[in-house]
Design a protein around this ligand. Structure first.
Ligand code: AP5
Ligand code: MG
Length: 217
């Protein structure tokens, strides 16, 4: 299964991706996680990406596209993958289509997680992540078992630098201008399926499974 998760910042893409990738045994590829790992390792890519992430702006298309092509060329992506946070511009979507076409492949489903804007700020400002494994928590809606510790690696969890109210606002603007046009792009291809992203995390996962059931038969 080749799946794209689409939706605004805070829609729950990363949260649902964890469950979907386990359920269907496909690798979860998050461009945001790749950039954050490079920033924390202070690689040349991380140094370049940092200025964009801190401002809530998109990393340039060419940089991002090459990273994703390299990742999709790895063996574990042969039977499928789950893209989270990519593509984010029509240019990235076209580049992904040509890359997949060249390998006789195509996207099976774009799962759009719809969330009312008023939920987004609460979700983002309460989010905490593990700097080591990328696991995502929420102080109120999805707390870790031990206070401030990652359930998976027991590291201290932290707040993302771009989860301040003003950066979230900028990220939402970027989403509306640059990423939302992808909804029509994939509608035209007939591969988009929208689910409601409000409600309990597990409820949203059930909706995701129902939608994905259409391509698992
Ligand atoms: P990225 O990391 O992809 O950020 P994003 O798209 O803004 O999305 P988020 O990770 O903020 O939200 P999410 O939908 O994953 O929500 P989550 O599950 O964590 O990108 C970061 C930056 O990297 C970009 O700004 C850009 O600079 C760069 N970048 C990345 N990809 C790029 C690309 N393709 N091109 C160029 N630049 C790129 O959930 C949010 C919170 O809500 C959590 O605390 C969670 O616990 C909670 N929550 C989740 N679901 C529920 C629920 N049902 N009920 C209650 N709480 C919930
Ligand atoms: Mg995410």
């Amino acid at each position: 299964m080749k799946i794209i998760l689409l939706g605004p910042p805070g829609a729950g893409k990363g949260t649902q991706a964890k469950f979907i990738s386990e359920e269907y045994s496909i690798p979860h590829i998050s461009t945001g996680d790749i950039f954050r790992k490079n920033i924390s390792d202070k690689t040349p890519l991380g140094i370049e990406a940092k200025e964009y992430l801190d401002k809530g702006q998109l990393v340039p298309d060419e940089v991002t596209i090459n990273i994703v092509k390299d990742r999709l060329s790895e063996d574990d992506c042969e039977s499928g993958f789950l893209l989270d946070g990519f593509p984010r511009t029509v240019y990235q979507a076209e580049a992904l289509d040509s890359f997949l076409n060249a390998n006789d492949n195509k996207i099976d489903m774009v799962l759009l997680i719809d969330v009312p804007r008023e939920l987004i700020f609460d979700r983002m400002t309460g989010r905490r992540i593990c700097p080591s494994c990328g696991a995502s928590y929420h102080v109120k809606f999805n707390p870790p078992k031990l206070k401030d510790k990652c359930d998976i690696c027991n590291n201290d969890i932290i707040q993302r630098k771009d989860d301040t109210e003003s950066t979230v606002k900028d990220r939402l603007d970027v989403y509306e201008k640059q990423t939302e046009p992808l909804i029509n792009y994939y509608k035209e291809q007939g591969v988009i399926s929208a689910i409601e992203g409000s409600g309990e995390i597990n409820q949203v996962f059930q909706r995701a499974k129902n939608a994905l059931g259409a391509i698992c038969k």
